[in-house]
Design a protein around this ligand. Structure first.
Ligand SMILES: NC(=O)c1ccc[n+]([C@@H]2O[C@H](COP(=O)([O-])OP(=O)(O)OC[C@H]3O[C@@H](n4cnc5c(N)ncnc54)[C@H](OP(=O)(O)O)[C@@H]3O)[C@@H](O)[C@H]2O)c1
Length: 220
């Protein structure tokens, strides 16, 4: 796949690395082209820096890796998003990081979808720290980190599911876009655990499923 990424900060660069390692082509754009060039050259030739207006045209999926407040503007500058799958990764934090600025009767993702009605918005990656993306999904043993995604468009969700799995993460369908109302607080809890509770950013939420009969019997 061809994946367009807007922003070359913590998430933009970690996503570019993991997506390139998964064998996809990355079209990277950022306000600061030199920064994007440095990120791209640190990863390899499958990450290409392009002008903002050229991101959407060739990309199968566009990821907005900018702060929540810049998301709509950044996406509008990416070219024609009509029918395009767009991943919103934002955690809409209050400026002092004490909580979310949006919720719980709506979500940042739903509000973004209202401003970009022709794009197919999927919420994903907001519960995944950049460090986890950069280091990979493997947490040892059988445990791999999950990436939750929510959206209303089946075709877009299938593409996002395939992208997440190709990156090595456990892709978990969290339902319709309105369930971003649950994913965004989950992202906030992850941030609280990582920063305020000082567990660090090498943590990730996941959803365990008991698969082995032997394990069920032992527990009984
Ligand atoms: N960090 C994490 O672990 C993490 C985890 C999950 C979700 N998220 C979410 O991911 C998003 C990005 O977070 P981050 O930590 O990567 O932030 P960051 O390191 O500050 O990077 C943000 C990037 O967005 C760029 N940018 C800002 N406005 C832009 C615009 N209008 N057009 C193009 N690029 C623009 C910035 O460029 P300049 O530097 O040139 O201003 C910067 O490269 C946020 O919404 C955050 O909530 C972050």
């Amino acid at each position: 796949m061809k994946i367009g990424i807007i922003g070359s900060g913590n998430m933009g660069s970690a996503l570019a690395k993991r997506i390139a390692l998964a064998g996809h082509d990355v079209l990277l754009t950022a306000k600061d082209r030199a920064k994007a060039e440095a990120v791209a050259s640190g990863i390899g030739p499958t990450v290409r820096v392009v002008a903002a207006g050229d991101v959407a045209r060739d990309a199968d999926i566009v990821i907005a890796a900018t702060p929540a407040g810049s998301q709509a503007e950044a996406l509008r500058s990416a070219g024609d998003l009509n029918g395009k799958t767009v991943i919103d990764i934002a955690n809409p934090l209050k400026p002092d990081m004490s909580g979310l600025s949006v919720g719980y009767t709506t979500s940042f993702a739903e509000e973004l979808a209202k401003t970009l009605p022709t794009a197919r918005i999927v919420k994903a990656f907001n519960t995944t720290f950049a460090q986890v993306l950069s280091e990979g999904a493997d947490f040892g043993g059988d445990v791999r980190a999950a990436v939750f995604y929510a959206g209303d468009d089946d075709k877009a969700k299938k593409a996002v599911h395939a992208l997440i799995e190709s990156m090595g993460f456990d892709a978990i369908d969290a339902g319709p876009l309105s369930h971003a109302r649950y994913l965004e607080p989950m992202g906030m809890l992850n941030i609280w655990l990582g920063y305020m509770a000082k567990r660090g950013t090498g943590i990730a939420p996941t959803w365990l499923v008991r698969r082995h009969k032997a394990a069920s019997k032992r527990a009984a």
